[in-house]
Design a protein around this ligand. Structure first.
Ligand code: ADP
Ligand code: NA
Length: 350
């Protein structure tokens, strides 16, 4: 069987925010205790929506610093940036030939990011999920911790793996590379695992502080919509103070949050930061006004994020160290990737 392995990536585009931290990075940290993990700064993805960046090397280092500051241990696990390992682009090309155009056209993130002028979006933006499948399957990763927004892309990764396994089943067997894997009640032979998404916990979708219908995102033009990992205490306080709410007091039961997306979001953020159930938070704050709840949320956010932020700053002062971590991680990831590409080429006949 394929041994359990975790892969996930973060794009080096703009400031990391609370959604990235609670929805992804904090889960990366927790999984280190039980799994072999690869955490990747996906720089090839960063050029799909916008080709030219002011300081891509600085952005790559900044995401790496966030990984390390949050507690990812690059000695026990692999931390690297995607473009260092040529297998990502190579396998993505092969997956472009496995995936169907119709699959890509159905991706809601492509529609959102391409906007109205779809003909003018890069071909890379359309093929983004194919590269993401390559990131994961190059390491034959079995689990991928991500936020809720990545669910559809993960399903496509599974479709690509299943089609590859099916289309090449005889060649996989002939090459002696078939691995027994459970598919429902059956056990079938395949080469790529059918990767499980890990989308759970209290903050799979942190919403914008300005609009309870939009997810918190790096690409939102309003800086007030998100708490950045690099924000200081004063900025965190200002953003939470200005966060949209309704005039009612906090309810004391979960049902009282129905139809109140902004209130629900702030309570959810508090619960995730405190690592306590939402019901607990409502039991404590039910009946009180947001004017009382918000300062408590500010204190908690500053207390939780402060150490990460200051460690990030300390790490960013030594770019040589960050580059050495990425180089070492790239070499270790490259060794795994090389074996996969050798197998894949043998299976296809390249
Ligand atoms: P963004 O979507 O902000 O550009 P990325 O695409 O680099 O960030 O995503 C990095 C990780 O953070 C992914 O696992 C993604 O699912 C997660 N993530 C992004 N936004 C949120 C959010 N608002 N809430 C929870 N998780 C999120
Ligand atoms: Na995203």
């Amino acid at each position: 069987a394929i041994s359990p392995r975790v892969f996930s990536g973060v794009q080096p585009t703009g400031n990391l925010h609370l959604g990235n931290y609670l929805g992804a990075i904090r889960k990366f940290v927790a999984l280190q205790e039980s799994h072999d993990c690869l955490y990747c700064v996906v720089d090839l993805h960063a050029i799909t929506a916008q080709l030219v960046h002011d300081d891509l090397p600085g952005q790559i280092r900044s995401i790496t610093a966030a990984f390390l500051a949050a507690g990812i241990d690059p000695a026990r696990h692999i931390v690297f940036n995607q473009s260092r390992v040529s297998g990502h682009a190579e396998l993505a090309w092969i997956f472009n030939c496995v995936a169907r155009i119709g699959w890509m056209n159905r991706m809601t993130q492509f529609k959102e990011k391409a906007g109205k002028d779809r003909e003018n979006a890069s071909l890379g933006l359309l093929a983004y999920p194919s590269l993401m499948a390559a990131d994961i399957l190059l390491y034959r990763a079995t689990q991928v911790p991500v936020g809720d927004d990545q669910k559809q892309h993960l399903e496509l990764t599974r479709d690509i793996a299943a089609k590859f396994n099916n289309d090449f089943s005889q060649k996989i067997a002939a090459a002696g590379l078939g691995v027994p894997m459970a598919m429902g009640d059956e056990t079938v032979n395949g080469y790529f695992p059918i990767t499980e998404p890990l989308i759970d916990g209290p903050a799979t979708r942190v919403m914008s502080l300005k609009d309870g219908a939009k997810k918190m995102s790096k690409s939102d033009p309003s800086d007030l919509s998100r708490i950045n990992l690099t924000d200081d205490a004063e900025a965190i306080a200002r953003k939470i103070r200005k966060a949209k709410t309704d005039p009612d007091a906090l309810p004391s039961e979960l049902e009282g949050l129905a139809g109140r997306p902004e209130a629900d979001n702030l309570v959810g953020i508090y619960a995730a930061l405190a690592e306590r159930p939402k019901a607990d938070i409502l039991a404590e704050f039910g009946g009180r006004q947001f004017s009382e709840f918000k300062p408590a949320l500010v204190d908690l956010a500053v207390e939780t994020l402060g150490p990460v932020t200051s460690e990030m700053r300390r790490l960013m002062a030594d770019p040589g160290h960050i580059d050495a971590v990425l180089k070492d991680g790239g070499e270790r990831a490259g060794a795994i990737a090389e074996r996969t590409m050798k197998d894949v080429k043998q299976i296809i006949g390249l």
